[in-house]
Design a protein around this ligand. Structure first.
Ligand code: SAM
Ligand code: SF4
Ligand code: SF4
Length: 338
């Protein structure tokens, strides 16, 4: 298959696609889906508003023809989507796909890891924000202890998946867990990536004061461990990578706030209801589901994606100010997909 190369207004090539497969979650992380907002009465997407597997496959195939090489499934919690293994199997077979991964909170991963790997999944990013139960349970607000996630991490490794662990660090919430997490995952030989707390959505009460920057994190960790930098594996890699000297184990930093990386951002996002977004911090998207259901041809579908990508001027993190962080209308992370 001949893949097209399409670029946006700043010359950024479309290369990665994140697909959110559900806006629902079995956690209520305080910084993402606070229970007082995402409670019993919250209106999640009705089933018929979700993209069907056929629609996801059709969209993925269109994006692959337009130059996408990597797909990541996310949510909400993607493992809550019924028959997700079947979807992974369908996507993994698509022509042009080089890499397929999934981001999960890990609760349901343990028993599904081997099946996901068999279906063609290559990698999983597992979120874990603390190693201490009390802190972790206060964050996930769902009575899930760390051991559940740690067991899943081990099972995913045993299944042959490439595993990375992601920890969002928020001042006063879990910054005291940075060193224990670093030590634990260094010993386990698993890459841990620290993510700066971001101002996604409208509900997480974000403030600059809550951000623990890469500089602060690096200083904390390098006091205890010798680190050496690792070259990026490919253009547009978001994590700044380091290795613990004398080991093969890496630690990374995702510096969306303190050192933004919009100039190399090659990602498109499709939300669970088929809205297409060209930035994590977008206020509006374009509804690809409706045009597919109205009978658009494959060629017209691709042309629609191309025309939106070619108009893309997003560089939210480069331009972030207190004002945009507080007042700009943004889509919730659980809906757009992290
Ligand atoms: N439920 C899955 C999970 O937690 O891995 C996938 C979706 S979740 C929205 C994807 C990632 O976004 C998680 O690692 C989560 O910690 C991160 N995230 C959510 N809200 C965030 C925020 N405000 N700032 C930084 N990362 C955030
Ligand atoms: Fe759910 Fe992931 Fe958001 Fe936590 S971060 S509430 S696990 S979607
Ligand atoms: Fe990409 Fe938008 Fe994030 Fe910048 S702010 S890196 S354009 S998703």
């Amino acid at each position: 298959m001949q893949q097209q190369v399409i670029t946006d207004k700043f010359g950024r090539v479309l290369q990665d696609l994140r697909i959110s497969v559900t806006d629902r979650c079995n956690f209520r992380c305080r910084y993402c889906m606070p229970r007082e907002i995402f409670g019993k009465d919250f209106a999640f997407l009705p089933k018929d508003h979700l993209l069907s597997f056929e629609e996801i496959e059709r969209l993925a195939s269109a994006f692959l023809q337009l130059g996408v090489k990597k797909i990541r499934l996310t949510g909400g919690e993607p493992l809550l989507r019924k028959d997700i293994v079947t979807l992974v199997g369908k996507l993994a077979k698509l022509e042009g796909l080089e890499d397929i991964g999934l981001t999960t909170n890990g609760v349901l991963l343990g028993k599904m890891a081997a099946k996901l790997k068999e279906a063609g999944l290559k990698r999983v990013n597992i979120s874990l924000d603390a190693i201490d139960d009390k802190t972790f349970m206060a964050i996930n607000d769902s009575h899930v202890p760390t051991n559940t996630v740690i067991k899943s991490i081990q099972q995913a490794k045993e299944a042959g998946l490439i595993v990375k662990v992601n920890m969002v660090v928020k001042k006063g919430m879990n910054d005291h867990e940075v060193l224990p997490m670093a030590k634990f995952f260094k010993e386990l030989g698993v890459t841990l990536r620290f993510i700066e707390f971001m101002d996604v959505g409208q509900t997480n009460g974000w403030d600059f004061q809550h951000v623990v920057t890469k500089k602060e994190l690096y200083e904390m960790i390098s006091k205890e461990h010798d680190l050496e930098p690792v070259e990026p594996a490919y253009f547009g890699e978001v994590a700044k990578r380091y290795r613990y000297k004398g080991t093969d184990t890496e630690v990374g930093f995702i510096t969306s706030v303190s050192e933004s990386f919009c100039s190399s951002c090659t990602r498109a996002r499709v939300a669970a209801d088929g809205h297409f977004y060209t930035c994590l911090f977008a206020g509006t998207g374009f509804n690809l589901k409706d045009i597919m259901r109205a009978g658009i041809s494959d060629e017209e579908l691709k042309n629609t994606i191309v025309s939106r990508w070619e108009k893309r001027e997003d560089r939210y993190s480069d331009e972030r100010t207190e004002e945009t962080a507080k007042n700009r209308k943004k889509i919730e992370m659980s809906y757009i997909g992290g």
